[in-house]
Every structure is written in C-alpha cells, then in structure tokens.
Design a protein around this ligand. Sequence first.
Ligand SMILES: [Zn+2]
Length: 189
Amino acid sequence: MYRDLLADATFHHLLLAFDSDLADAARERRCACCGGALHSASYPRKPRGRLCRLGPEHDRRFSFCCAVDGCRSRLTPPSLRFLGRKVYFAAIVVLIATLRHGVTTSRMEGLSQAVGVDRRTVERWRVWWRERFPATPFWQMARAMFMPPIDHQHLPASLLARFAGDGADRLVALLRFLGPVTAGRVPAR
Ligand SMILES: [Zn+2]
C-alpha cells in the first residue's frame, strides 16, 4: 500500500540516492553556458507529505552555481523528490492524483488526510496533470515513446500503468521518468 511506502524511510533514502547520482552527473557535465566548474548551491526545501521522520540531508534540493565570474548560471538537476515548485513531495503529487481515478475515493481521501492535502490542492494537481503537464515540451517529445498513446484524461494513472514491477517499482520509475520536468537552468541575469 502506498501509504506504507511514504512512511518507509528506506523509500526516501532510495529517492535521495537517485537525486544524489543525478546531481553528480550534472556537476560532471559542467556549466552549459560557459563550460565552467559548478559549485554546490543547494537550497533548503522541506516538502510536505513525507510520512516518516528523516534526517536534515532530506531537506535540501541539490543545485549548482557556475563558478565563473560574469556567468554564475544556476543549474538545478532533475529530482525524484521535488516536482518543480510544488510544496508537496513529488510522490504525493503522483499518488493522490492517481487514486482520484482509481479504485475508490475513500482510499484517496484516506491518503489525503494522512498527508494533510486539502481538496483545492488536489484539484490543482488534477488540472496540472491533465492540462499543464501534457503541454510541456518534455511531454511533447516523450509521449512518442508510448504506444498505444497515453490517455491524457487519466494522467497520471495512465502513465504509471505503463511501467513494470510492483507499486514501488512503478512509482520510482515514473518519478525518474519525470526528472527532466523538475530540472532547470537559470542564467544569473
Ligand atoms: Zn558558466
């Protein structure tokens, strides 16, 4: 059950390990603007909805800043934990939106209550998944990988169903797949 997964520190450690690997890979590629070295410029983030106690290392979003004067571009690598600026943990934004279409509304409500998400937030996520996500440049490219095509009306459940394995495997695979949506490169000026 997904609620157990969110309460399992091992699951959170796994996601952190993936994020750490993605950050290392981004750093090795150096600054995309000028080729300069990247310095760590992580920032504090405390996403809501994680159902267990975690150490302070879980409250940082990996990010880098170019070391070259006059460039100083910021690069934030993909993440399996933080979905853009959303204040909730990425897995929650996937799972609650999934349960909305799934089995029963009571399961969705049970998880929403455990995590403390209100209906308006759930509704915003629904709009994001059905309207904004399909319009992203990432999805415009990535959608071609799926045959038959993904039904946008049932995102993210329709996407989650295409990954193999048990519930946890699928969720991790989907979060990895979504990584590029979460990354960003911002010039200093
Ligand atoms: Zn640079």
